[in-house]
Design a protein around this ligand. Structure first.
Ligand SMILES: O=C1O[C@H](COP(=O)(O)O)[C@@H](O)[C@H](O)[C@H]1O
Length: 453
């Protein structure tokens, strides 16, 4: 197990809100090596004491971590100021003849190329790990360039491109449901499934993230990465072996089978929309364009929906719709497999019975699978598979950290995988920026445009 973690960009939110609470949970569960040391680095000049006090306060306030665990986490920490784009600074932090190290780049994307060049001078080995957060590039060309820089400078097995959805326990359950049960896999195909919807709808609005989000929008923020990855788990064939490369290869194959969207069809297969002022529960929300830091002329969407076709015998003719939006009336995150209608003779006896929908909750743990009969009237009702509905034990970031410390890249994105995802999204971005698909509006707290799913 790797025993040292160096976080560049440690003054940012990611460290205090996600990484350190995850470290605290793993510490409580006794899953980390007692020798683990964590070095926080950023350009700000500050002392280790000051950094530790800040982390301890954040753990107390935002993650309700008990005092004893906070103390244990703080004992692992130290701080060094360093410019991540300076080879000299980075070499000083990593050290000559360094112990196996997890280098975590918690950086804004514009710093990535120069940070990678600086890191290349430190001689990272395959026993080290390099964590890179999304966004990985901003289109196919830039993703290819970034992969090229990485390939030239670092050994591929050291690279952990993060998509935290793949380390989400509820999303793992898709793998278990399909491959560890005989029940579902025989009907997991176009003969039985009519369409698949993957939705991630949030009540969250911009939450002060204009600097990043206004340049990204819902398509790049959620569809190009997280929802594509969820789709791979639905689409993919059984891996030949349970090793990282086999598992990543079937995911890449799954993405390869998705047809590149045709420019002339993007107007009818995609939706882009932006929220205006409205009310979400008791909260009054300003219009997206009135949020501080938003440039209305960018026409950034806060809701994106994209329907793709799959060129694979298992899924031929089954549309997959990926959609995500902010400022929604209620949170809802699920995979929905809509099955073909029941045979005519059944519908003749039970008129009005809807086609089955298998719904897998991605944020709330549930598996709803079809229709049952209830009460003296024998009314039809959707039913729930209880055993699959236990809450997750750890947040995604705890799994991520543990896998990286153990050099397990199975649930991280390979270079070719990220390029395939951009290959699918690039034509949509082009059609949208060319004005081929109008930007619609929805009031915050109301459903987005397009059919209910
Ligand atoms: O990466 C992102 O994911 C979150 C949703 O994931 P969660 O695990 O934090 O619920 C999304 O709100 C955010 O916009 C996006 O950048």
């Amino acid at each position: 197990m790797i025993e040292r973690m160096v976080i560049f960009g440690a003054s940012g939110d990611l460290t205090s809100r996600l990484l350190m609470p995850a470290v605290a949970q793993l510490t409580e569960a006794g899953l980390l090596s007692p020798g683990l040391r964590i070095v926080g680095c950023a350009s700000t000049d500050r002392s280790t004491e000051d950094f530790c006090a800040h982390i301890a306060a954040e753990l107390k306030e935002h993650a309700a971590v008990p005092a004893a665990t906070r103390d244990a986490v703080v004992r692992m920490l130290s701080y060094q100021s360093a410019d991540v784009t300076s080879a000299e600074d980075v070499r000083r932090v990593i050290g000559e003849d360094h112990p196996d190290t997890l280098v975590y780049l918690a950086l804004p994307p514009f710093l990535l190329p120069s940070a990678l060049s600086a890191l290349a001078t430190t001689g990272l080995r395959t026993s080290d790990a390099l964590a890179i957060e999304k966004p990985f590039g901003s289109d196919l060309t830039s993703a290819r360039q970034l992969n090229e820089i990485l390939r030239l400078q670092l050994p591929e097995p050291t690279i952990f491109r993060i998509d935290h959805f793949l380390s989400n326990e509820l999303i793992h359950r898709v793998i278990a449901l399909r491959f560890l049960n005989r029940i579902f896999e025989p009907i997991w195909n176009a003969m039985h499934v009519e369409r698949v919807d993957i939705s991630w709808l949030e009540t969250l609005t911009l939450e002060g993230r204009a600097r990043y989000y206004d340049g990204a929008g819902a398509l790049k923020d959620m569809v190009q990465n997280h929802l594509m990855e969820v789709m791979t788990l639905v689409l993919m064939e059984t891996p030949a072996r349970l090793d990282a490369d086999s598992f990543r290869s079937v995911r890449v194959e799954a993405l390869r089978s998705v047809a590149t969207p045709l420019p002339e069809r993007i107007r009818s297969t995609s939706v882009r929309a932006r929220y205006t002022a409205g009310r979400i529960g008791s909260r009054q929300v300003p219009s997206y364009v009135d949020e501080p830091g938003v440039d209305p002329s960018r026409n950034t969407e806060t809701y994106a929906s994209l329907t793709v076709e799959v060129n694979h015998p298992r899924w031929a003719g089954v549309p997959f719709t990926l959609r995500s939006g902010k400022a929604q009336p209620v949170p809802s995150a699920e995979i929905a497999l809509h099955f073909r209608p029941l045979p005519r003779y059944v519908l003749d006896r039970w008129p009005g019975v809807e086609p089955n929908v298998l719904r897998l909750g991605l944020k709330e743990p549930y598996v709803r699978l079809g229709t049952t009969l209830n009460g003296p009237e024998r009314t039809t009702q959707s039913c729930q598979l209880e055993a699959c509905s236990t809450p997750p034990q750890f947040p995604a970031y705890a799994h991520l950290i543990l896998q990286m410390l153990n050099n397990q890249p199975m649930l991280f994105i390979r270079g070719d995988e990220v390029e395939e995802a951009w290959r699918i999204v690039d034509p949509v971005m082009k059609a949208w920026s060319g004005g081929n698909v109008p930007l619609q509006e929805y009031a915050a707290g109301t459903a987005p445009p397009g059919p209910a799913r």
